[in-house]
Each structure stands twice: as structure tokens, then as C-alpha cells.
Design a binder for this molecule. Structure first.
Ligand code: TXA
Ligand code: MG
Length: 352
């Protein structure tokens, strides 16, 4: 299949851009797939109400079909058709955070095929905060099922180049809308039981949700790597975000971390391995390795979040065999950063 690539500037959706979005909308309406930007990561979109589109999404990503997709909407009215009831909590959270990086789980109606929800009676819904995405949803009939636009298991794409790398030849169109703003996938909150529960941490933190609802719990499996319980979001059980090389997180006093990583890097280099290090602005000049990447200022967690998947992908581009990363605080959005980093490392952590 020939994959058409179009470039659209979110800040200037002119007539040509509108025509491209209409074309993309028609592709989705007629059962095809389009990768598009959101504020979190790029999504791989198909018609959420068409089971064949969802099947195509699983096939293009190489994703297990028991891992449900998020349905993207562009207005609140769209919910009526796809959920049995909009819980009060959902209305409050939508007021506070939509459009934005929050996905809410509710009970689905028959309009949503089980192919989209991985066999579940619940559906995950999000209204993304990106003009291209919102226009595309409207042009597509109102409901786009979209997982992150990467091959299953790889880091989510934060630039269109990585959608091209993973999906070229497998889908009809890729919309390049530049680098995304946030860089980590949305927070997922389950609203189908009395106590709202966070199933995947993201930019919208537990404290932010608590401020609106007064309460929220967190699925234990996402913070406790030794937990043997099954995560409530099926996707969280899979190995994820994995770069091609082997990644180890090193935790401890910074001087010791630097020394440990440099010793290990020297050993690995002697045996002919290509070594990469993930540090920060304050430490990047202290490492000796083939490639050293800074995720930015350690105190600026939004930048760290924004740079993480990009750094992991770039290590793949640079054919790095072994990687070491510093560890980060897990407060606020730091919880999402560490959740993704730990998964990328297969929970391979050295504590000094
Ligand atoms: O920011 C995002 O959420 C991005 C952009 C494209 O919107 N999308 C995204 O989708 O990250 P994906 O498919 O990579 O991750 C969806 C996660 C999976 O872990 C899946 O198991 C979970 O959401 N999920 C979807 N529907 C669910 C449901 N009904 N119950 C529990 N978990 C669900
Ligand atoms: Mg994903």
C-alpha cells in the first residue's frame, strides 16, 4: 500500500490543510487508517464504530487483540451514542480537563463493537487537545479509535518520522503535525466503579483528579513492579516502550550513579558494544559513552516527559546496544515518566 504523507501546521489550518483533513476523514469513514498528531503522542486512527477498522489497527500495529483501543471524540454530545450513562464524575473531569490528556473508562453501548474494546463491556474515551485531531474526528464521523501510532512494544511516536518508520506501507495516510506537546500518553481513569481509579499515569496527575472528584485511587500494579496482580488496563501488562538495545536504570546518589555508569560503559565498550546514556543537563558532560542524551533540566519534569520517548527512539536510530539511564523523582508527572522508563527497561533497576 502507498502511504500518503501530508504536512499540516496546527497553528495555521488553511484551505489546503482542510482539504487534506477532509480526505483523511473520508479514508477513515470508508474503513481505512490514518496516523495523526494529538497533544500526547501520535495516534493510529480508524473508525471506532467499524469492527473491520479496529481489526486493521491491530494488524498494522502487530498488537494483541485483547488490548482495547481508546475512542477519540470531539464533543460531549458524542458520548450519548457510545456510553450507557455519563457518570457525574465524568462530567466534572471533562469540564476540568477536556479537551486534554485524560482518558475515561465508562460502560459501553452496543454501538461500540467488541473489536474496539478488546472484548470488554467498557470503553475508553478521550477528547484530544489538538486542532488537527479534533478536525479529523469531525471529518471522520465523530469516533476515531486510536492507539499510539507505533509498532506494538516500541516507544510511542512523538514525531511523524517514527510513524513513517513503523507504519509506512501499512496504512493509507500519515498527517505530520510536527512534534507533539506532551510526549507521554494520556492518563487513564476508570469511572465504572464507585471509587475512580487511575489505570495509567500521565500528565493529569492523581492530585489534579483528586482536586476535582475529592477521591481517586491508583491501580497498584502500575506503581509496584513486584505485584503479581493483573493490571486493570490490559495494555499495561505488555512489555512496552522498549528500545532495541538493553536499558538499565541506575538509582542512587548522583556521584555514584555517574561513576557506576561510566565503569559499566567502559566495560561494554571494550567488548565492542555501542553504549548510550540518558542523563540531564547537569550531568551530561560527566559521562563517557558513545552517545549521551540529556532529557533537560531535572527540575523541569514536563521537558523530561517530552524528551523521553524521543531519546529512546534516537538510541534505536543510532544502533545503541546497551543503555543506562538516571532515575527520576516520581511525584506528579514524574510517576508517568518512571512508569514508562521502568517498562522500557523491563524493570531492570540497579540501586546503589
Ligand atoms: O494519549 C493517548 O492516550 C494516546 C493518544 C493516541 O490518544 N493513545 C494511546 O493508546 O496511548 P494505546 O492504545 O497505546 O493505549 C491505550 C491503553 C491500553 O493500555 C489499553 O489497555 C487501555 O488504554 N484501555 C483501553 N480501553 C480500556 C478499557 N475499556 N478498560 C481498561 N483499559 C483500557
Ligand atoms: Mg501504546
Amino acid at each position: 500500500m502507498n502511504t500518503e504523507l501530508v504536512v499540516i501546521d496546527e497553528k495555521n489550518i488553511d484551505d489546503a490543510a482542510k482539504a487534506s483533513i477532509d480526505k483523511a476523514g473520508n479514508i477513515i469513514k470508508s474503513g481505512g487508517l490514518v496516523a495523526f498528531p494529538t497533544e500526547t503522542v501520535y495516534g493510529l486512527g480508524g473508525d471506532a464504530l467499524n469492527k473491520h477498522s479496529s481489526e486493521k489497527i491491530y494488524a498494522a500495529k502487530g498488537r494483541p487483540s485483547d488490548n482495547p483501543l481508546i475512542v477519540h471524540v470531539s464533543d460531549m454530545d458524542a458520548l450519548t451514542k457510545i456510553v450507557k450513562e455519563v457518570p457525574e464524575a465524568a462530567k466534572k473531569l471533562a469540564d476540568a480537563f477536556w479537551p486534554g490528556p485524560l482518558t475515561m473508562i465508562m460502560n459501553k453501548t452496543d454501538a461500540v463493537p467488541y473489536e474496539t474494546t478488546g472484548g470488554l463491556d467498557t470503553v475508553a474515551i478521550r477528547m484530544p487537545n489538538n486542532k488537527i485531531a479534533l478536525e479529523l474526528i469531525k471529518a471522520s464521523g465523530g469516533y476515531i479509535a486510536a492507539p499510539s501510532a507505533n509498532t506494538s512494544g516500541r516507544p510511542s511516536p512523538t514525531v511523524a518520522r517514527y510513524c513513517v518508520e513503523d507504519l509506512s506501507g501499512k496504512i493509507e495516510m500519515i498527517i505530520d503535525g510536527g512534534q507533539v506537546g506532551i510526549g507521554l500518553e494520556s492518563t487513564i481513569v476508570d469511572l465504572t466503579s464507585d471509587e475512580p481509579m487511575i489505570l495509567r499515569p500521565g500528565y493529569i496527575t492523581a492530585d489534579m483528579i483528586k482536586e476535582v472528584l475529592g477521591k481517586v485511587s491508583i491501580d497498584k500494579t502500575i506503581i509496584d513492579s513486584t505485584s503479581t496482580l493483573k493490571p486493570k488496563a490490559p495494555g499495561m501488562k505488555y512489555k512496552h516502550y522498549a528500545p532495541k538495545g538493553e536499558l538499565t536504570i541506575v538509582q542512587g546518589p548522583m556521584e555514584e550513579v555517574i561513576k557506576y555508569i561510566n565503569d559499566k560503559a567502559a566495560c561494554a565498550k571494550k567488548s565492542g558494544k555501542r553504549v548510550g546514556v540518558i542523563g540531564t543537563d547537569a550531568t551530561k558532560d560527566k559521562y563517557v559513552a558513545d552517545i549521551v542524551k540529556s532529557l533537560g533540566d531535572r527540575e523541569d519534569e514536563n521537558t523530561i516527559a517530552h524528551e523521553l520517548f524521543k531519546a529512546l527512539r534516537e538510541f534505536d536510530d543510532d544502533k545503541v546496544d546497551i543503555m543506562f539511564s538516571e532515575s527520576f523523582d516520581d511525584n506528579g508527572i514524574g510517576q508517568a515518566i518512571m512508569n514508562r522508563l521502568l517498562k522500557a527497561a523491563g524493570h531492570n533497576v540497579i540501586v546503589l
